[in-house]
Structures are given as structure tokens and as C-alpha cells.
Design a protein around this ligand. Structure first.
Ligand code: ARG
Length: 586
């Protein structure tokens, strides 16, 4: 069990013992200000309210009780207290300070467990489906998709680190009016041409062409509709063109996903979700939760639930986005019996998902409450909002390419030039790309500034990789042997006296476990990102002040190397949960 959970249960027991209360929600946090200890709780305020007492008095009583019950750790056959202090702080907090011996031992534990550090079994035995990316086959992926890809794949990693069985699924928008727009222009102007550039970009150009032409000639909208009708009717010529153009797009995405290191366990396609969806729409009609309107379209009436009505089936019986989603959810549940299904989709569809989930619940699908929309905000560039009209469209491939260029330049300018510049630049660029997006709380809109995220200093991916490489290079210079299980039997020192910056750093490493768990519960990769940055800053500050290789004694040096190694383990693991690969040299 992680230390935070241990503190929480220890508090619950003490609260019951002293006050006979057993339904108190105990919250323990890591205070920002290190003077307030490693952990802190506000539980005394809650108790004081119930018992009508003064919070500080409760905090004092509880602190005494907790300290007398001080948790112990066993280490090399000896028993040590986990805390050096548990004390009340006005107006009613209780602050916990870990002992340096405990921190030392924790450092060794990290050295010993490498890739599993921070894992837990919160989701053990449960299946979670994570749907992300979901691009449409009319054009290449833009930076918004990149944000989606990064959030979805990071969440998948975090969830599986927390014991869930994770199914990563992509749900491609491979049919619809937008697809027909690219097709229409290809029919008009393509002359049967084969792609002469990255094939998804090739298709995307026809889509852009459509947008332009429509400004002058709105009539073409009807022509696109006609194509869609022919597609629905199974017209062989249209189907063949559709297949060909989509295969170009998939070909192009292969590279996009490979560059971004994005993977899926399963692909679903809108075009395959057309039949059962109609049946479900009819069921909604039967159950009286939907009606036919004057045109004959089937519409779910949701006014009673404070939601706008939702069309489930068009008047001509053709299915739309929502029809297919009804089927997708049902098929998916039948296949996996999931405990949760996440939809990583931008925030503009928030209301749509509320409608969808409501309809499924009203239809009586008891699993409807397992569906979660993970909404993320819009991405814009410093130049302005993305829009195909204004031309400020940054497709994800161009952004990546630009980042690789910037990093190549940075690396060539850095003194320790790694042998393989190109390969390193790719990794660093991807770190810049992913971290630059994931550090921002997903719900927030963001401005993605390429020049800033690519920098080696500041709150950036490259800074984190650089810090990791720095730690590794210290270990290498010291000839420190790496490897799991090597440090389990290190003799416990009688006492540990840490430099203040060393103390702060060792303390920070303890918080990894709870941050992983919280990122999992809140579905928030940004928590891991912020945590990793904090550790990196603390390491660099420690590194600047505490000589490692020139430490006063051999044993002191060894202790500092254990800590350095633990930092490298935590950074690597944390970055991996964000989908970021480290580099050994930079
Ligand atoms: N392809 C859709 C779009 O671009 C997003 C699909 C989201 N997933 C879903 N199950 N509706 O808007």
C-alpha cells in the first residue's frame, strides 16, 4: 500500500478510537510548502464541525494519538518509525513529516523495483475500453488529433499501471458527408491521379479544394449529398472510389501513428455500424422515448432531462452519427462486458455525449452508466485558432517535422553531442510534442507554441529528458551498477543526515505512487506531467548544490548515487506513463 493510503487508514482508526466516528471522509494531501511536512490533513475541521469543538484542539489530540501509534517500518531486521513529526498546525491541520531513514529506505525500494514502481492493483480484474484518436478519412490529422492521441495513449498506460485490463480502440469516421466532399472533388479534378505526396495529405487537398469551391458555388453541397446517397445505396463505382481514397488515408496515417508511437488493440469503423443502430432507434420509438417528427425522422425527446432532442434516424431511414454510436456502445459492451468505456473526444461534443448516454440509459441498457466522456479543450496555435478557412491549419505531421528540425538545431548546439543526432532529435521532438500537450489540464483550451515546447529549458519535454540523461551520466561516471534487485541488501545506516535539498528530493520521490493512482482516478495525465516536472526541478537544484562524485566519503557518495538512480527510475517511469521515451545521452 502506498504511504498516503496508509496514513489515511491510520487516521481513520485514530478518529474512531478517540471520537467513535467512523464515517469521516479522510483526505490527505501533499502540501506545496515543504515546511508543512510531507503530508497534511484537514480532517480535524470535519470532526470539529460534527462535535462542535475547536479544530485546533482536535488536531492537537489527534496528532498525539497518531504519533504514539507511529507507523513503523522494518528494515534489515530493525524497526524504524516512519515519521519524525506529526503535529498540529493552526488553525487545525495535522502535518506529517517522514523520517530520513524511511526516505532512505524508500530510495532503495525504488532502486529495487524499476519498471513496476508506482503500480498498484486499483483496477485489478476490471476491463476498461479507451477509445481515442477517431479521425475522419477526409484529411490528415491535425494538432487536435495529436492532443487526443496523446491523452488516450497516456491514459491507457496509466490505467494498466493501475491494474486494469485496457483495450485501446480507434473508431474511424470513414463515411459521411465530409468524406464525400473529398471524393467529389477527386471525381471532378483528380483525373484518376495517384498520390504524389503523403497520401492522407493528398486526399486532404481535395477536401480543402471543396471548401474553397463551395464559397463560390454552394450548389456543390447537393452533389456531395448525392454521392453519399449513392454510397448508401451501395453504388459499385462510388464504393470503389471510397475504398481507394480511404486506403490512401490509412496509408498516410500509418506514418503519423508510427511517428507519434500511437497504437491500438482494435479498429472500429463508422461504416460498419449502420444496421443494428437502426434497430435500436426503432426500439426507442417503441419504448416511447422517441417520436417520428413531421418529416418522418426518429427523434429522441429529452426535454425532461434538460437536454435538447436528438435525431436518431433520418427521415429517409439512413443512419447518422448518433445512430452508429448507439450500435458501437452496444457492440462493445457485448464484446468486452467492460467496467468502463472512455470516449476521448473534444469538448464540443460534451452535450452530444450527455444525450447519447441518456438515451442508452432510457433504453434500459444497465451499462450506460459505465460510459465516460473524457473531454479535452481546443488546441490553437499562437497565430490563431485553427481553421481550414483561414488557412491556419497545422496538421500533426507538419508540427512533428518542425519540432524535429528545432530539436536537431538544439542538439547540435549542445556540447554533449550524441552520436545519432537524427534519431535523438526524433525522440526529443516527440517528447516536446507530447509533454507540451499533456502538461496542460485536458479540460482546458490551449495554445500550442512550438518554439516554447521545443526548448531545453523551462517546463518542457526536452528539459525532462535532459534531466534524466544528466542523472544517468552521473551514474555512468561513478561506475554505478544499475539493475533491479541489486540494492535490496544494503545495510541500513544507523542514522541518515541529509542535505536539505537531498531531503526535499527524496521526499518528492515518495509521492509518485499516489500521483499515479490519482491520475488514474481523475483520468488526468497532466498530474503525472506536473509531478515529473517537480521531481526534475528538485533534482537539478540538488545537483547544483550537493557534490555527488566528490562527496566527503565513499558511503556518502553511495547514498547520493542511490538517490540519483531512484530519480532516474522515477523520471523514466513517469515519462513512460506519458508515452515518452527517454534518451540516455543528450
Ligand atoms: N470522428 C468523430 C469526429 O471527428 C469523433 C468520434 C468520436 N467517437 C464516438 N464514439 N462518437 O467528430
Amino acid at each position: 500500500m502506498d504511504i498516503k493510503s496508509r496514513i489515511e487508514s491510520m487516521i481513520s482508526e485514530a478518529v474512531y478510537k478517540l471520537y467513535g466516528l467512523d464515517k469521516i471522509d479522510v483526505c490527505v494531501d501533499a502540501p506545496e510548502n515543504e515546511d508543512h511536512g510531507d503530508y497534511s490533513t484537514n480532517v480535524a475541521f470535519k470532526i470539529a464541525k460534527i462535535l462542535d469543538k475547536i479544530p485546533f484542539h482536535i488536531a492537537t489530540e489527534l496528532s498525539h494519538e497518531l504519533f504514539s501509534e507511529n507507523l513503523k517500518v522494518e528494515f534489515e531486521g530493525k524497526i524504524y518509525p516512519i515519521f519524525v513529526k506529526i503535529e498540529p498546525a493552526a488553525p487545525g491541520f495535522i502535518n506529517f513529516t517522514l523520517s530520513e531513514l524511511f526516505l532512505f529506505q524508500n530510495t532503495l525500494i525504488i532502486n529495487g523495483c524499476e519498471d513496476v514502481y508506482g503500480s498498484n492493483d486499483f483496477g485489478k480484474g476490471k476491463t476498461i475500453v479507451v477509445e481515442y484518436s477517431q479521425p475522419n478519412t477526409n484529411k490528415p490529422q491535425h494538432v487536435g488529433h495529436a492532443r487526443n492521441n496523446f491523452i488516450g495513449s497516456s491514459l491507457s498506460k496509466i490505467l494498466s499501471h493501475c491494474g486494469y485490463k485496457v483495450i485501446r480502440t480507434n473508431y474511424v469516421g470513414d463515411i459521411g458527408i465530409h468524406i464525400c466532399k473529398s471524393m467529389l472533388m477527386y471525381l471532378k479534378y483528380g483525373n484518376g491521379k495517384e498520390p504524389d505526396k503523403k497520401p492522407d495529405h493528398f486526399v486532404g487537398e481535395f477536401y480543402a479544394m471543396y471548401e474553397e469551391e463551395r464559397e463560390k458555388n454552394p450548389e456543390i453541397e447537393r452533389e456531395a449529398q448525392e454521392l453519399l446517397r449513392r454510397w448508401e445505396a451501395g453504388d459499385a463505382e462510388i464504393r470503389a472510389l471510397w475504398k481507394k481514397m480511404n486506403s490512401w488515408v490509412y496509408e498516410g496515417w500509418k506514418k503519423t501513428y508510427a511517428d507519434q508511437k500511437i497504437e491500438f488493440d482494435e479498429w472500429e469503423y463508422e461504416s460498419e455500424k449502420v444496421n443494428v443502430g437502426k434497430e435500436i432507434a426503432m426500439l426507442a420509438l417503441e419504448k416511447g422515448l422517441a417520436e417520428k417528427d413531421e418529416t418522418g425522422a426518429i427523434i429522441a425527446r429529452l426535454e425532461r432531462y434538460n437536454l435538447p432532442d436528438k435525431v436518431l434516424l433520418r427521415s429517409d431511414g439512413t443512419s447518422i452519427y448518433s445512430t452508429k454510436d448507439l450500435q458501437l456502445a452496444k457492440d462493445c459492451y457485448e464484446k468486452y462486458k467492460f467496467d468502463k468505456r472512455l470516449y476521448v473526444v473534444d469538448v464540443r461534443q460534451a452535450e452530444y455525449f450527455r444525450q447519447l448516454f441518456k438515451i442508452l440509459a432510457l433504453l434500459g441498457f444497465e451499462w450506460a452508466d459505465k460510459l465516460v466522456h473524457v473531454a479535452y479543450g481546443m488546441v490553437s496555435l499562437p497565430e490563431g485558432k485553427m481553421s481550414s478557412r483561414t488557412g491556419v491549419v497545422m496538421n500533426a505531421d507538419d508540427v512533428f517535422e518542425k519540432l524535429v528540425e528545432l530539436e536537431e538545431y538544439e542538439i547540435k548546439n549542445s556540447i554533449k553531442m550524441p552520436r545519432v543526432v537524427k534519431e535523438t532529435a526524433q525522440k526529443v521532438a516527440l517528447a516536446a510534442f507530447k509533454y507540451g500537450m499533456l502538461k496542460v489540464d485536458a479540460a482546458q483550451d490551449m495554445i500550442f507554441n512550438l518554439d516554447l515546447v521545443a526548448k531545453f529549458e523551462g517546463n518542457t519535454g526536452p528539459y525532462l529528458l535532459y534531466t534524466y540523461a544528466r542523472a544517468r551520466s552521473v551514474l555512468e561516471k561513478a561506475g554505478f551498477e544499475l539493475g533491479r534487485g541489486k540494492y535490496q541488501h544494503v545495510a541500513a545506516p544507523k542514522s541518515v543526515l541529509m542535505h536539505p535539498k537531498e531531503r526535499v528530493l527524496a521526499g518528492a520521490l515518495v509521492h509518485f505512487q499516489e500521483n499515479v493512482l490519482e491520475a488514474c482516478k481523475d483520468l488526468a495525465p497532466s498530474r503525472i506531467a506536473n509531478y515529473v516536472f517537480d521531481v526534475a526541478q528538485k533534482f537539478n537544484s540538488f545537483y547544483g548544490d550537493v557534490p555527488i562524485l566528490d562527496a566527503k566519503s565513499e558511503s556518502r557518495k553511495r547514498h547520493l548515487l542511490y538517490l540519483t538512480y531512484a530519480v532516474s527510475v522515477v523520471l523514466k517511469r513517469g515519462l513512460d506513463l506519458l508515452g515518452i521515451e527517454v534518451v540516455e545521452k543528450m
